[in-house]
Write a protein that binds this ligand. Structure first.
Ligand code: ARG
Length: 276
């Protein structure tokens, strides 16, 4: 079995100090069910420590007291070649997160920062895959934001339409494993988008519905290790068959808000300032 190469990454994360499920903006969120902030912090800390053990650098943004979803840092921005496209959230409950992320990037010394004019939910919907930017739409990010992303991030954009509201962000339906390898759940996409994905990635791993429901596609790859929810057991096996090292994490508490591993992890790509 080939040993795949790790490319060290830089991530931004947000401790879920105020995590809670108090509103419902996706089908997974049920405010009448109990959620446990302390357990969410514990699960998140294991993920944070894992990235560092794997050799990645993790920066932290201060959590906002009235922003229970701010732990999902992937939604705050999309960073390509050091350029930061700051998100404009669809739901009013998350709108203030945009300003918090913008401030973090400016304070950290990023000098090319643009706040999206259209609704755009960061790496929730804009996934860098080698030369392409895979761009989700359908539930959250507007098509107009794809145009902004193309102009500002300067990568060819591949628009993909999501059709199943359980998989409302692209990063719940597709994971980028390497520059030219992805895994996805076909039924989450429109017929046209499935055709595009088949053409671009004829050898892609296709995830089962059970793996998708376990948020197995909400995974983070460093080229060799693929960190994913431990409940996605089938997918872990298939990743191993392809020479990846799957690492399963318990993110059950974050799943109650409709998030998992990737949602908690914003990748800072390209030449980025080093603050300390
Ligand atoms: N409750 C959050 C929302 O619905 C979850 C976001 C998950 N993040 C992600 N990248 N898919 O906005």
């Amino acid at each position: 079995m080939s040993r795949r190469a790790v490319r060290p990454r830089r991530y931004l994360m947000c401790r879920p100090a105020y995590f809670d499920v108090v509103y419902s903006i996706n089908p997974w969120m049920d405010p009448s069910k109990p959620s446990d902030t302390e357990l969410a912090v514990l699960q998140w800390e294991r993920l944070y420590r894992l990235y560092r053990t794997l050799g990645h650098r993790v920066d932290l943004i201060e959590p906002g007291e009235n922003l229970p979803d701010m732990v999902f840092a992937a939604n705050g921005a999309t960073v390509v070649d050091g350029r930061v496209l700051v998100s404009r959230f669809r739901h009013e409950q998350r709108v203030p997160e945009g300003a918090a992320y913008e401030r973090w990037f400016r304070d950290a010394g990023f000098d090319e920062v643009l706040v999206s004019d259209a609704i755009c939910e960061g790496e929730g919907d804009l996934l860098t895959a080698g030369e392409f930017l895979l761009a989700g739409t359908g539930f959250r990010t507007d098509r107009a934001a794809h145009v902004t992303a193309f102009a500002f991030l300067r990568k060819p954009v591949v628009p993909l339409t999501l059709v199943d509201d359980r998989f409302y962000h692209l990063d719940t339906a597709l994971a980028v494993l390497d520059d030219d390898e992805v895994v996805y759940f076909p039924d989450a996409f429109s017929a046209d988008s499935r055709r595009v994905l088949r053409r671009l990635y004829p050898d892609a791993i296709l995830a089962t519905e059970a793996d998708a429901e376990a948020f197995g596609l909400n995974a983070v790859s460093d080229g060799r290790h693929v960190v994913l929810p431990e409940a996605a057991v089938d997918l872990a096996g298939r990743l191993a068959d392809r020479g990846f090292e799957p690492i399963g994490m318990d993110v059950s508490e974050l799943h109650k808000a409709g998030g998992a591993v990737k949602c908690c992890t914003l990748e800072l790509r390209g030449r980025v300032p080093v603050a300390d």
